[in-house]
Ligand binder design. Structure first.
Ligand code: FRU
Length: 452
């Protein structure tokens, strides 16, 4: 199938053409940030997974590199699934899941594989390093994927998503002295996940922050409304027991479109997939489906995940307002700083008929994409999802800073370290911005993204 890309976001990573999902192997190597991603270049639907590859020196402008991993060897016959990267002996190593299925899609096997590169461009595969034989009894070899590798002390460590044969998601911890020979240490929680299966576990050792996604996770008090959801957990891996000692947990992003967040190796920075499984993707007609979030800094503040967008920008417009302003832009970063905020309503990408809105209502942020433009349909059946609504907590404070990263097909909203990210498909020309506030003081700034 030959696909041509006719439209694309200005600064969000997409495939050169075709389908992408999870960010993989996020790492700074030889003077550049490397981002790999789940990639199927032959169609705008998920297919046999490759690892697409882009590089950047400013985390904002990304350059396509040759595809890093192609499926097709015995150990990754039907796909090179998600994984991570680590630098060792000056080389770049990728750990990923080899996906193997028989003709009918039955008897699926998922195994952890290794690949190596000296230049960060071409990769030599080494095959399976954690196979079915390393799975403890009672775990399913068909659901064993997404290794995240790091170094601690004298060893390499790696967590892999797994599932008990008759159970739900688990995270297994393995250890190695050379990246080739691995031994099982323990099951991090030794308890089933809420969702059917865990995917894409990520551990940020320095911060003490674990991310993981849960497929078909039931909603909890009005959050985790997406059919598949992602959590952060603060705490530490106790290397002597191989257990995770948890302090607190929460949702990574309150929006419609976020999955598979992964942190950059050794950095307080992460990205996620800015889409959701089991939903329509209107951009398929433009030759691409799926994009990644902007990079986000990550910290633990007040005991929870605190994130901010990391995009290179130049301020182009600043004003103070007493009640309302109108502006125009399709892409860029908007910042609203207010003191004594009582009410706020922001309309983005409006043309009088369509608009995407964010309202501070009854002590929470309410995002509404029902009037954004082209509809996105999914499997969710709850009232908010059907109404195009997502909510994010608002912790009232004297000074509020709201930051919104806007691109052609997305809005990522940040306030007080929380995020709410969604795709939107407004019509051509819908570029109006309308901000109404009731506050003691309010300053509106808009910045352009520095595109090379
Ligand atoms: C998560 C996921 C991973 C898997 C990959 C396949 O979005 O399902 O668990 O490795 O996508 O593309």
């Amino acid at each position: 199938m030959t696909i041509t890309k006719t439209k694309e976001p200005a600064f969000h990573i997409t495939g050169e053409v075709g389908w992408i999902n999870d960010p993989n192997g996020l790492i700074y190597y030889k003077g550049q940030y490397h981002v790999f991603f789940q990639y199927y270049p032959e169609d705008t639907k998920w297919g046999p997974m490759h690892w697409g590859h882009v590089v950047s020196d400013d985390l904002t402008n990304w350059k396509y590199m040759p595809i890093a991993l192609y499926p097709g060897d015995d150990f990754d016959k039907n796909g090179c699934f998600s994984g991570s990267a680590i630098i060792h002996d000056g080389k770049l190593w990728l750990m990923y899941t080899g996906f193997i299925e028989n003709e009918g899609g039955e008897s699926i096997r998922q195994v952890q594989c290794l690949a190596e590169s000296e230049d960060g461009v071409t990769f030599k595969k080494h095959g399976i390093v954690i196979g079915e034989d390393k799975l403890p009894a009672g775990y399913a070899p068909c659901d064993f994927r997404d290794p995240k590798v790091w170094r601690h002390g004298d060893f390499f460590w790696c967590i892999v998503a797994a599932r008990k044969t008759e159970g739900k998601g688990r995270i297994l911890l393995f250890k190695s002295s050379d990246l080739f020979g691995w031994e099982l240490v323990n099951d991090l929680f030794d308890a089933d996940s809420a969702g059917k299966m865990i995917e894409c576990p990520d551990y940020n050792e320095e911060l003490g922050c674990l991310f993981f996604c849960e497929q078909y996770q039931p909603s909890e008090n009005g959050i985790h409304l997406n059919i598949h959801s992602c959590r952060w957990c603060t705490g530490r891996i106790d290397y002597s027991t191989g257990r995770f000692v948890e302090k607190a947990r929460g949702i990574v992003d309150y929006g419609f479109d976020i999955y598979a967040p992964q942190s950059f190796a050794g950095e307080h920075l992460f990205m996620g997939w800015l889409n959701m499984w089991d939903r329509s993707v209107p951009s398929a007609k433009y030759g691409f489906a799926g994009m990644l979030t902007v990079p986000r800094t990550m910290a633990i503040k007040d005991g929870r995940l605190y994130q901010e967008p990391k995009v290179s920008t130049t301020e182009v417009f600043r004003t103070t307002l007493s009640d309302r302003i109108y502006d125009k832009a399709v892409t860029g970063v908007i910042t609203v700083r207010a003191t004594g905020l009582e009410a706020l309503e922001l309309k983005l990408r409006t043309d009088g008929k369509n608009s995407t809105s964010l309202v501070l209502s009854n002590g929470e942020w309410v995002f509404d994409r029902s009037g954004s433009g082209e509809a996105i349909t999914g499997e969710e059946k709850d009232a908010d999802s059907l109404a195009g609504i997502r909510r994010m907590p608002y912790s009232a404070s004297d000074e509020v800073t709201l930051t919104i990263v806007m691109d052609e097909f997305s809005v990522e909203i940040f306030e007080d370290g929380r995020a709410m990210s969604s795709t939107i498909y407004p019509p051509e020309g819908a570029d109006g911005i309308e901000l109404t506030v009731k506050a003691d003081s309010c300053e509106y700034t808009r910045a352009d993204v520095n595109l090379k």
